[in-house]
Design a protein around this ligand. Structure first.
Ligand code: XUL
Ligand code: CO
Length: 437
């Protein structure tokens, strides 16, 4: 096929804030240097296959609304091929460097394990060709262990070891494909790695099985020489009532328990943070502090409802705060910002897909520039440093000295008759500083 679905759409370029063109970037100037690094290399944007090309615009009450040619009939080899061609051409038009996929997003439907492997292998051969043709790269691959009815009770936490073995086959193939396609990371999102009711669930068995699975994945990564990162994507619930990868702190506890804290990092999704009752920047700060910040899924929720709406980012305020944490963490090594986002169900034109990405890209680019300003002006950093300065003094040092006991510290307080002076936390001043940019 020589033409693709997106042929009528233009290529998107940076035109600056004075541009009247809807189909242009206003803030994302890929070659602009920010703290010594090109914007493109900082942000490492990726387009996701599943929402952008596979989801037909359906919801729990209604059928698909998008008329993409590959949705017309069965998801057979020809339809999957057309979809892959359209997808890579689209990413090139947006001039973004990466894309991401689940195994099932890129292949024809297949029921038996043999057919599944063959169909996926065919897709991977074709993707390798398309990556070269369009000059695009793979940010991460992942196996879908949640859509097929076989996974109704989970993949690696399924009570049935036969389902676990099926999951192992999908993950082995997808990890190897990711490696072969030059993928930078491999993601595991435990969509059904949790439970619906505690009444029928052995939490201990499920967590041990999940820990074993993750250890086997890490072992396989080393066996095949994949040097990308293995990432867990935290989410507290949806589709199941409770998911074991609840948030970054829970994932860290899980990794510690199964000896994986130096092997596995997190892929933080903005709306999953919201669902866990956290701010997006909280999850970034936590991952930075625990040393497990891997990558980011850049999609927001809706503050008025409690489900995973996966909308394109459009709050510069939210992204300024996020980028501040992200820059403090030193940015990405293997990770990137993946648009795990979908346009609304009434946004049926191909152009709407572009507008969603353009808005998201510009919002994040603007957040980056704001965070750069905040860091280079240094007021917030200086205030934080001053707030904790006591820990550099004698008492702070004594508290952390290896042979200091609780009694030593208590005796010091009594002997010195300590009467600590209260100091303002200056929250409103901090907020005003942020709002000034
Ligand atoms: C679901 C979600 C997934 C993962 C990949 O909420 O975010 O799409 O990003 O499985
Ligand atoms: Co995601």
């Amino acid at each position: 096929m020589s033409t693709t679905f997106f042929d009528d759409l233009p290529s998107i370029r940076f035109e600056g804030t004075d541009s009247e063109n809807d189909l242009a970037y206003r803030w994302y100037d890929k070659d602009r240097l920010v703290m010594g690094k090109r914007m493109e290399d900082h942000l490492r944007f990726a387009v996701c296959m599943w929402h952008t090309f596979c989801w037909p615009g359906s919801d729990v009450f209604g059928a698909g609304t998008f008329d993409r040619p590959w949705h017309a009939g069965a998801n057979d080899a020809a339809a999957a091929r057309t979809k892959r061609e359209a997808a890579l051409a689209f990413v090139e038009k947006l001039d973004l460097p990466f894309y991401c996929f689940h195994d099932v997003d890129v292949m024809a439907d297949a029921e038996t394990i043999g057919d599944f492997r063959a169909s996926f292998a065919e897709a991977v051969d074709h993707l390798e060709e398309l990556q070269g043709q369009h000059g695009r790269r793979l940010l991460w691959g992942t196996a879908n262990l949640f859509s097929h009815p076989r996974y109704m009770a989970g993949g690696a936490t399924n009570p049935d070891p036969e389902v676990y073995a099926w999951a192992a086959s999908q993950v082995r193939d997808c990890l190897e494909a990711t490696h072969r396609l030059g993928g930078q990371n491999y993601v595991l999102w435990g969509g059904r790695e949790g439970y619906e009711t505690i009444l029928n669930t052995e939490i201990g068995t499920e967590m041990d099985n999940f820990g074993r699975f993750l250890n086997l994945v890490v072992d396989h990564k080393h066996r095949i020489g994949f040097d990308g990162a293995i990432l867990i994507e935290p989410k507290p619930h949806e589709p199941t009532k409770h998911q074991y990868d609840f948030d970054t702190q829970s994932v860290y506890a899980f990794l510690k328990r199964y000896g994986l804290e130096d092997e596995v990092k997190v892929n933080i999704e903005a709306n999953h943070a919201t669902l866990a009752g956290h701010a997006f920047e909280h999850e970034l700060a936590m991952a930075r502090t625990l040393g497990i910040l891997g990558s980011v899924d850049a999609n927001r929720g809706d503050p008025q409802n409690g489900w995973d709406t996966d909308q394109f980012p459009n709050s510069v305020e939210e992204w300024t705060l996020a980028m501040l944490e992200w820059l403090r963490a030193g940015g990405f090594t293997t990770g990137g910002f993946n648009f795990d986002a979908k346009v609304r169900r009434q946004s049926i034109d191909p152009q709407d897909l572009m507008l969603g990405h353009i808005g998201g890209v510009d919002t994040i680019a603007r957040g980056l520039l704001n965070a750069e300003k905040l860091l280079s002006d240094g007021k917030l950093e200086a205030f934080r440093e001053e707030r904790y300065a006591g820990w550099q003094d004698d008492l702070g040092q004594m508290i952390h000295a290896p042979d200091t006991s609780l009694a030593d510290i208590a005796d010091h307080a009594v002997k010195a008759d300590l009467a600590p002076q209260r100091k303002s936390g200056r929250q409103e001043w901090c907020e005003n500083i942020v709002n000034r940019v």
